[in-house]
Design a protein around this ligand. Sequence first.
Ligand SMILES: *[C@@H]1O[C@H](CO)[C@@H](O)[C@H](O)[C@H]1NC(C)=O
Ligand SMILES: *[C@@H]1O[C@H](CO)[C@@H](O)[C@H](O)[C@H]1NC(C)=O
Length: 359
Amino acid sequence: MSRCGRFHECLALGLLAVAVASGGVVAWRPWPHHFAEDGSSGEKNAALVAGGEAAALGESKKYEGSSEFVKLRYHMGPVLTANITVHPIWYGSWSPSQKHILRCFLRSISAPSAPRPSVAAWWRTVRLYTDQTGANISATVVLGAERSDRRYSHGRKLSRLAIQNVIRDAVAAPRRPLPVNPRGGLYLVLTSADVAVQDFCLTACGFHYFTFPAIVGYTLPYAWAGNSAVQCPGFCAYPFAVPPFAVGLRAAERPPNGDVGVDGMVSVVAHELAEMASNPLVNAWYAGEDPSFPTEIADLCEGIYGTGGGGAYTGQMLIDGRSGAAYNVNGVGGSKFLVQWIWNPYLSYCSGPNALDHQ
Ligand SMILES: *[C@@H]1O[C@H](CO)[C@@H](O)[C@H](O)[C@H]1NC(C)=O
Ligand SMILES: *[C@@H]1O[C@H](CO)[C@@H](O)[C@H](O)[C@H]1NC(C)=O
């Protein structure tokens, strides 16, 4: 219905020089393109900085990442070829409507019935990645059993390692523990807006890794994503909020589900799922020489939501005719979401189902 593109002005790169230190292992940063970081950031940033400049000059009609500098390689480890079951762990205070948005997104990944461009079509780029035997990442992603930790059992300030304690409590709970499924289970810790997490809002909006047997009892791929609504929406819920230094330069987009923090989290969750599926034990698909700082299939496309994206420009999104909200994919039950694109190993650039040349 509401298929109209919209072009966003680019932010001046100079204004984006906020001090963001290099991220930790597999951390998600929405604005990597603009930072030289430590100057030794290698392939990825060279590519992305080049893209940023192109965008600033208004030349970036078909940038969508860069092929030239990216050397994504397969490191022989497993990818998730078995049916994937996502187990959300709601840490802190979550309203039913917030849970509904995120569940609805997760249920849409394997729902081919949604109108185009669909969440399921977005997942198709992730499915292009295979393991040693040539088996693809699974098309089946289901929402599995969930847990809630409304009592903030580990406090309102969590270290990265404490996230694993939250997972241990969930799989070791005396009543209705989460099932332990090392083949296709993904454990997703979601922290509410009042929870501080190490590196949250400084370098990361989410991260993924695998649990340590010494803490959790098993090696399980897991991710964390935080609701940034009060702590740093301009950083982690962009473009539904803009960073303080950009207020007045550009307007925030309207979120498709009316919740800046949670609509912003959807893209972070999408990012982490794509990377957990393609690099669950951090020894499969990534670029860069240092396995402690892998550049993964979603890292390469941070902040890109449509054709022309790169630098400070999101790319062309869709605008809902009724609400005016920005989105790029449709989910089940008429839902809409904005999710970042994923690196396409064949095209050697970022791609997504709302690309103008897919229409
Ligand atoms: C599986 O991966 C191969 C290799 O990337 C690709 O050519 C093929 O299209 C993928 N199949 C599906 C169903 O995605
Ligand atoms: C995987 O999911 C498909 C549906 O997408 C189902 O038909 C199949 O039985 C599942 N396989 C297993 C092993 O659960």
